[in-house]
Design a protein. Structure first.
Lengths: 310, 369, 259
């Protein structure tokens, strides 16, 4: 074949295609590198704390004696948050998807999203300045009436700055996360299933039990897991609300501490080995939240139809 | 059953055995009165009244329904009460937070010079004096506002290109390859990184690269980018996906190269959604405290250089003013400044959310004659 | 301003699935050729191989030769983008660019490729293309309005104007009237009749009356069963295909006896 008129085209344009697709690929790889870097740099900076002699670590009994109580404190705060937030969040999601009038639904969804828009430091300030004093009489009542339960053992904190208050503030912060994901899943319930249930004479609640909840169950579970991830890593609500201390079973005394708050409170003034210790603590938090989030994502990806939520 | 009775004037068989339509209102009125009575016995307050009345209302309505309509209808009513109740409960903190910030923040915000001065030279003794002698509270948030704007701007400049290009890779070039699936998965994982860990990462990265104790606005911006990139990727990806394939094919068929098609056709079509997603991402990171706390340090003075020296920001300003008041013996001036700053921050975030909605509406492709 | 197309032993694949097998066809310049056949027989797929739009779909590939006035579209070093500037395409559903005005839609092929064009030349090109698509009189007063504000038939003619503004040799049309009402269809069919004075036109259609009305030659594609490749059964003058086909399958199809 002689001169093919189709090959003599502008070479510059072809180069543009290569450059552009290369740039997008590089950006994608950069993200993977960043995530890898998060892990790598945390490990590098954490190593001194992990290998240092026990006596040099804060508390004098080595890193694991230092981290264990605040890991437990983190879990306590997160569990309190979820116990409060999960049922309410699912209720709110149901309200918006199946109870509220159609015309109001999206507006109400926006109102709940506003909860997510408020910065965490404002929640912390609100918890410390408003919620804690308001709620401390209730703690006094709990201590005197239900003090036989270890978690309500007195004497109750007079300021109300306890892990339970912190947990309540956390629950407000994770509520919109669980709500928005659950709402999206409830709205995806096949209309046919719903109408089949209603045609059988089911009440609205029976329809929800028969069609909506079974369909949405994996989605709700993963939404709660994502909420857990947020609650574990949330810093400000705890740092500002909790007057921290040693690990205690009672939720209404001062005491307990979470990883994130421990870092935030101590990192700015830390130096030397203390920096390493705190970064190691951050690494522990990273691993815990990573595991929780990966499980949540795994549940979502098993049910592809729930994608599109974050 | 023989139907001999006149058709009119008879209660429909379809509504037999149901509560009358006015039942909820009757129960509500009774519950409010009873609630007020009970609260009057133990000391009245509005919150308790609402709570007790709501519980009484639920018990009354469900109980009445159980008597008249039977268990199935009653449990339906109970579920309705719980669902509506949970929504109302969720509104409480929202209203309370906004109310608290407004009430406490307005005195700080209206103090002259609050937005235009920094904390440079404001000492504990000045605060003590303002409390003792009732003079105006000195000091403001100008330095923090400036820091927030600079840090957020730099974070946006880093995040938007990376996030948008990644989204383009995933939608236009990824073709469900292993790499694309890995990126999608890890972007999802990244959205779950605790903000303080993002801060520690940036700190650890710069400690290793520049030297221990490196704290500047740029380090904070890197930390915020780690939080912002996944949000930008996810929202841009969604927006690019809904651009109809027909438009891409139309451009290809005109002999337009793929990259030009993406830049000139796909992105303009999706730009409103992308811009609104970016604005929401900014709104999300502008209020982040923990990552800035560990990366930018605290400053009380104006710092115009994002690459050198400690830098203040609104969230860390609020945090330090509450936790470490300028005058430990008289924390009120500090707390007034903190609430003023909180009000400014909330207004900023709400404005960004509003802008995001407007952008999404205004720049959407129009179908009009 | 028009070129002939010769296809030799063309196999079209989606991944490992053979969608169209062994097509040999010679399409004359300045003629209208219609592809007819049942759904899924591969006529649209085949059409998309004529300007290398087929390979836009991930995993899609082609074996064989398509010669445009003797130049192989699939020869080594051939730039698909250059192919598409010579072989334009109009799609099933009208797809004007929603972000652009009517004028910009017509100029899209020029502007998107960043070619410099003076305002006067652009005005001339817009008018010429819109006149060529029988749309000028309907839109000349609102060239700066969005193209998506037009009716379906007008949008489709706008897409044709957009295609001819690139000055191609060949125009491919993939069921261009299937989303249009009868009056708009008539307008587009009239246009096709005029286009063949300057261009080689290839049209895929489900509508046999349409094929009979607009085309000079007709190709009948058929498929033996699900999962089997589509094949070119018969290619002849349109009158022959509809009145005196040589194949039994063609006769059954055009007379409505399917099978």
């Amino acid at each position: 074949m002689t001169t093919n008129s189709l090959t003599t085209s502008r070479g510059a344009g072809r180069a543009g295609d290569k450059v552009f697709s290369g740039a997008t690929l590089a950006a994608g790889c950069l993200i993977l590198a960043v995530l890898f870097g998060v892990a790598l740099f945390l490990v590098i900076q954490a190593i001194p704390a992990l290998v240092a002699p026990s006596a040099d670590i804060q508390g004098g009994h080595g890193f694991f004696a230092y981290i264990a109580p605040i890991v437990v404190g983190t879990l306590i705060a997160a569990v309190i948050a979820l116990v409060i937030a999960a049922p309410i969040a699912v209720g709110v999601a149901l309200f918006i998807s199946h109870y509220a009038p159609r015309r109001l639904a999206s507006g109400l969804g926006y109102v709940v999203d506003l909860l997510a828009a408020i910065p965490s430091v404002v929640y912390g300030a609100w918890g410390a300045a408003f919620l804690a004093p308001q709620i401390s009489p209730a703690y006094g009542w709990l201590a005197s009436n239900m003090g036989w339960l270890p978690i309500f053992q007195g004497p109750a904190s007079a300021t109300g700055k306890t892990i339970l208050t912190a947990g309540i503030v956390l629950s407000v912060m994770v509520l919109p996360i669980i709500t928005s994901l659950s709402r999206e899943i409830f709205l995806q319930t096949p209309k046919l299933h719903e109408e089949a249930a209603l045609a059988l004479g089911a009440t609205r609640w029976e329809m929800i039990k028969m069609a909506v909840l079974p369909f949405g169950r994996p989605g709700i579970v993963s939404a709660i897991m994502l909420g857990l991830g947020r609650a574990l890593g949330e810093t400000m609500a705890v740092a500002l609300v909790l007057s921290s201390g040693v690990l205690t079973a009672s939720l209404i005394q001062t005491g307990n501490q979470t990883i994130a708050a421990e870092i935030a409170l101590n990192f700015p003034e830390a130096s030397g080995l203390k920096v390493s210790t705190l970064i190691a603590a951050g690494l522990v938090l990273f691993i815990i939240t990573l595991a929780v989030n990966m499980i949540a994502r795994w549940i979502i990806s098993r049910h592809k139809e729930f994608s599109g939520a974050n | 059953m023989t139907v001999t009775a006149p058709v009119a004037r008879k209660r429909s068989a379809l509504t037999k055995g149901q509560l009358p339509a006015f039942a909820p209102y009757v129960v509500l009125a009774v519950a409010l009165v009873l609630g007020a009575a009970i609260l009057a016995l133990i000391g009245f307050n509005a919150f308790g009244w609402g709570l007790v009345s709501a519980i009484l209302f639920a018990i009354g309505l469900v109980g009445w329904s159980a008597l008249v309509e039977g268990g199935r209808k009653a449990s339906d009513k109970l579920a309705t009460c719980l669902v509506v109740g949970s929504f109302l409960v969720a509104l409480l903190p929202l209203i309370s937070v906004i109310w608290t910030v407004l009430v406490n923040g307005i005195p700080g915000l209206v103090t002259p010079g609050f937005l235009t001065t920094s904390m440079n030279g404001v000492t504990g003794s000045l605060d003590n004096k303002s409390v003792d002698e009732g003079t105006k509270v000195l000091g403001g948030i100008y330095h923090a506002l400036l820091g927030t704007v600079q840090i957020t701007l730099l974070a946006t400049v880093i995040s938007v290109p990376v996030g948008l290009l990644t989204a383009i890779y995933l939608v236009e070039y990824g073709n469900d390859r292993a790499l694309a699936r890995a990126i999608t998965f890890f972007v999802d994982v990244m959205t779950g990184i605790p903000s303080i860990v993002a801060g520690l990462f940036a700190a650890a990265f710069f400690f290793a690269l520049v030297g221990p104790g490196t704290k500047t606005g740029a380090v904070a911006a890197v930390a915020l980018s780690v939080l912002m990139i996944p949000v930008v990727v996810r929202s841009s990806e969604e927006m690019l996906k809904i651009v109809p394939n027909e438009l891409r094919e139309a451009a290809y068929a005109l002999g337009v190269r793929k990259w030009r098609t993406i830049i000139k056709v796909v992105i303009p079509t999706a730009i409103s959604g992308i811009a609104s997603g970016v604005t929401l991402a900014i709104a999300r990171v502008i209020g982040e405290t923990a990552p800035i706390l560990v990366t930018a340090g605290f400053a009380t003075t104006i710092n115009n250089n994002v690459f050198g020296g400690w830098m203040a920001s609104l969230p860390t300003f609020i945090y330090t003013q509450i936790l470490n008041p300028t005058s430990p013996s008289n924390p009120d001036p500090s707390s007034q400044r903190a609430w003023g700053a909180a009000l400014v921050l909330i207004i900023l975030v709400m404005l960004l959310n509003l802008v995001a909605r407007l952008v999404a509406r205004l720049f959407a492709p129009k179908a009009g004659r | 301003m028009s070129k002939r197309i010769d296809v030799k032993d063309l196999n079209v694949y989606y991944g490992s699935f053979l969608a169209v097998e062994g097509v040999n066809i010679n399409i004359e310049a300045k003629s209208v050729t219609a592809f007819i056949g049942p759904s899924g027989c591969g006529k649209s797929t085949f059409l998309r191989t004529l300007n290398r739009m087929h390979e836009v779909i991930p995993g899609a590939r082609v074996e064989g030769e398509v010669l445009l006035d003797g130049d192989n579209l699939y020869g080594p070093g051939v730039d698909p983008v250059a192919v598409r500037t010579q072989v334009g395409m109009v799609f099933q559903r009208p797809n004007p660019f929603p972000t652009m005005s009517i004028r910009d839609n017509v100029l899209a092929g020029v502007k998107l490729n960043n070619k410099r064009i003076s305002k006067g030349a652009a005005d001339t090109l817009v008018e010429k293309s819109l006149r060529g698509a029988n749309l000028w009189n309907e839109v000349k007063d609102r060239l700066d309005k969005p193209g998506s504000g037009l009716s379906g038939g007008q949008q489709q003619r706008l897409c044709i104007a957009r295609a001819i503004a690139v000055e191609p040799q060949v125009i491919l049309m993939d069921e261009p009237c299937s989303a249009l009402d009868p009056i708009s269809t008539l307008a587009v069919e009239d246009l096709i009749n005029e286009l063949k004075d300057e261009y080689t036109v290839v049209i895929v259609t489900h509508n046999m009356q349409q094929a009979a009305r607009v085309s000079d030659r007709t190709a009948f594609f058929n498929i033996a069963g699900t999962g089997k490749p589509g094949k070119l059964i018969e290619f002849a003058d349109t009158t022959t295909i509809f009145n005196n086909p040589s194949q039994k399958a063609t006769e059954d199809y055009v007379s409505g006896r399917f099978g």
